[in-house]
Design a protein around this ligand. Structure first.
Ligand SMILES: NC(=O)c1ccc[n+]([C@@H]2O[C@H](COP(=O)([O-])OP(=O)(O)OC[C@H]3O[C@@H](n4cnc5c(N)ncnc54)[C@H](OP(=O)(O)O)[C@@H]3O)[C@@H](O)[C@H]2O)c1
Length: 313
């Protein structure tokens, strides 16, 4: 990658950027936005030859990482096995954890050998970090929860922490449920509603902390560019709602009914169908508040789920 790096007025200019895991849902949107801003974008993938990228971005293998990082303005790390792609067998849980800790470690290790280091690493994390029981708002200073997802997020963030004190600003963005048209949670949640089969899961009171993909891309870019962004930052819309309230908004948007089933009618079938992942992924949820992003002046375009759904569906 050729190009010049630079910082002006407390902001890092994103001219050369590395995006690990940039072939996925979030990466695709981020890379598109970077290319539109005329950045040189190198996407790090396990299968670079198969990567479908926007024009202007190039795919590389993980072995190329040290060379790509040389003189880059920012590195984003979004890599990790899909959380909801398969049932959580012990092997699957190991893959979910190690794909995140090892990819982060590879970046941290590679950075040690880079002469002109990127000034910032924006590492994905998730709101699975928080204790997902109860109704209290979770801000960035909350302690991690105790379940598997919380342990994964905590271990993932601790790997990234190894860059602190090495002249690299670290932002750990704790992503909420990303709402996008073409993938992730929204199409999966909308499908049964479209088929007149929608109902809230469990008692519906669990928190549903979401973010519109457009706001997430803006936040990722701001986190990389603005030197005041540092440490753990929640990437969720400012008004977290209950799962039931989100499903009601979804049903209204799709002009479909929502069946008010008793909790037991969904809880046990989901547990039988999905096993261990049913509780942390669907039946529990945290109310997460983006205190730091708001304090830093970040403007969310989509603050209400109705607005996000209107745009996306
Ligand atoms: N989407 C959400 O709602 C959400 C919510 C919270 C947190 N997050 C986190 O944010 C990150 C990006 O989310 P996303 O929705 O864009 O995820 P995604 O669509 O699943 O993409 C993740 C990328 O990670 C790479 N990857 C998968 N398994 C890997 C492995 N074993 N080793 C190294 N790389 C691997 C893949 O790239 P290659 O196949 O090209 O290598 C994939 O494109 C993820 O870490 C995710 O956990 C997402």
């Amino acid at each position: 990658m050729k190009g010049k790096t630079g910082t002006t007025m407390g902001r890092t200019e994103l001219k050369k950027v590395v995006v690990a895991g940039g072939t996925g849902l979030v990466g695709h949107h981020l890379v598109q936005a970077l290319v539109e801003r005329k950045a040189l974008v190198a996407v790090v993938s396990r299968k670079p030859a198969l990567a479908k990228l926007p024009k202007g971005a190039e795919a590389y293998g993980w072995k190329d990482l040290p060379a790509l990082l040389e003189g880059a303005d920012a590195v984003f790390n979004l890599a990790g096995e899909g959380l909801a792609d398969k049932r959580w067998s012990p092997d699957r849980k190991e893959a979910i954890l190690s794909s995140r800790t090892e990819s982060t470690r590879r970046i941290v290790e590679a950075l040690k050998w880079v002469a002109q280091k990127p000034p910032v690493l924006v590492n994905a994390s998730a709101i699975g970090f928080y204790n997902a029981d109860g109704q209290s708002l979770q801000e960035e200073n909350a302690k991690p929860g105790k379940d598997f997802l919380a342990q994964v997020c905590d271990a993932w963030e601790k790997e990234a922490d190894a860059v602190t004190g090495k002249g690299i600003r670290l932002v750990k963005l704790r992503l909420g449920v990303v709402l996008a048209r073409e993938g992730g949670a929204l199409p999966r949640m909308a499908q049964p509603v479209r088929l007149f089969l929608g109902c809230p899961l469990g008692d519906g009171r669990q928190g549903f902390s979401w973010i519109h993909i457009a706001d997430l891309v803006d936040l990722l870019l701001e986190a990389a560019s603005n030197i005041n962004y540092e440490g753990a930052i929640n990437a969720t819309a400012p008004k977290p709602i209950s799962h039931r309230a989100f499903m009601e908004a979804l049903a209204r948007r799709l002009h479909r009914p929502l069946w008010p089933l008793p909790s037991i009618c969904t809880r046990w079938p989901l547990k039988l169908l999905l096993g261990e992942m049913a509780e942390p992924m669907l039946l529990r949820g945290a109310y997460v508040y983006p205190k730091k992003a708001l304090a830093l002046g970040f403007h969310f375009t989509y603050t209400r789920s109705e607005e996000a759904l209107e745009d996306l569906l």
